[in-house]
Design a binder for this molecule. Structure first.
Ligand SMILES: *Cc1c(COP(=O)(O)O)cnc(C)c1O
Length: 240
């Protein structure tokens, strides 16, 4: 399937899920998960009216940077971020890091941002499925961690991000997304951040409907738009 038809299909799925959940389709943004996707294809997708992209590896951001400069877009980082890559990441106009998940990363980010006199939007990644293979702060520690991050003035917490359980059991998948929403609502009730946290980044090719029903404001889709990737996802989610 070509990219245009694939995106139309995704937009149709988003619209139907919003209708079912009595939500405004404008309240959910589609993030193009562009790992391994070449610049020309990314540009094609962006030009169809989807300017938000997400990359998993700093090196790929670097490689595609020049090629994407001619087209207006918004870039988020959605992969596991090693602290020794922070200074490279900050060179390429990333507007939001969705995968902030540990104190050491927070401290190093703050230091580097101070050095460069910059600030950045972040999401806190929560490991709602509890699987060892996935990154993110544990749900039990999420509120403390959000409070901790909020003391670093160069990081602005805009949302929470999670990768749901990969399971055919819809209820188990749904529980992951509901948990993320619950953590956000609790953080807001406790006023842990200066501004209320609005965004929930959750839902991918296979489970975007469930995520939208549970309140996703950003869904991240790769495979259903660009096709299968050459490596298993564990390669992109793990260190190294
Ligand atoms: C690759 C990736 C996605 C998209 O997954 P698909 O199943 O290809 O839609 C979403 N989120 C993250 C963090 C990813 O690495």
């Amino acid at each position: 399937m070509n990219i245009s038809n694939a995106i139309k299909k995704i937009q149709g799925r988003m619209n139907r899920a919003c209708e079912k959940a009595h939500r405004d389709p404008q309240s959910v943004r589609l993030l193009l998960a562009t790992k391994t996707v070449p610049v020309e294809k990314i540009k094609e997708a962006i030009s169809l009216g989807y300017p938000l992209i997400g990359e998993n590896k700093v090196q790929e951001i670097e490689e595609k940077y020049e090629g994407l400069r001619s087209i207006k877009h918004e870039k988020h980082f959605i992969g596991h971020l090693q602290t020794n890559k922070i200074k490279f990441l900050l060179r390429y106009g990333v507007e939001c890091i969705q995968s902030v998940d540990r104190p050491k990363l927070v401290k190093k980010l703050q230091n580097r941002l101070a050095f460069e006199k910059k600030e950045i939007d972040i999401f806190v990644q929560v490991n709602t499925s509890g699987e060892k293979s996935k990154f993110g702060v544990s749900p039990e520690k999420a509120l403390d961690f959000i409070q901790y991050v909020s003391t670093f003035e160069r990081l602005h917490i805009k949302g929470l991000m999670t990768i749901g359980l990969f399971s055919a059991d819809e209820n188990k998948v749904r529980a992951c997304f509901a948990l993320l929403r619950q953590i956000r609502d609790e953080a807001n009730q406790l006023a842990l951040t200066q501004e209320p946290i609005r965004e929930l980044s959750m839902g991918m090719s296979k489970d975007l409907e469930i995520a939208i029903e549970e309140g996703a404001t950003v869904i991240r889709v790769g495979t259903s738009i660009f096709g299968e990737r050459p490596f298993p996802d564990s390669y992109y989610w793990n260190e190294g």
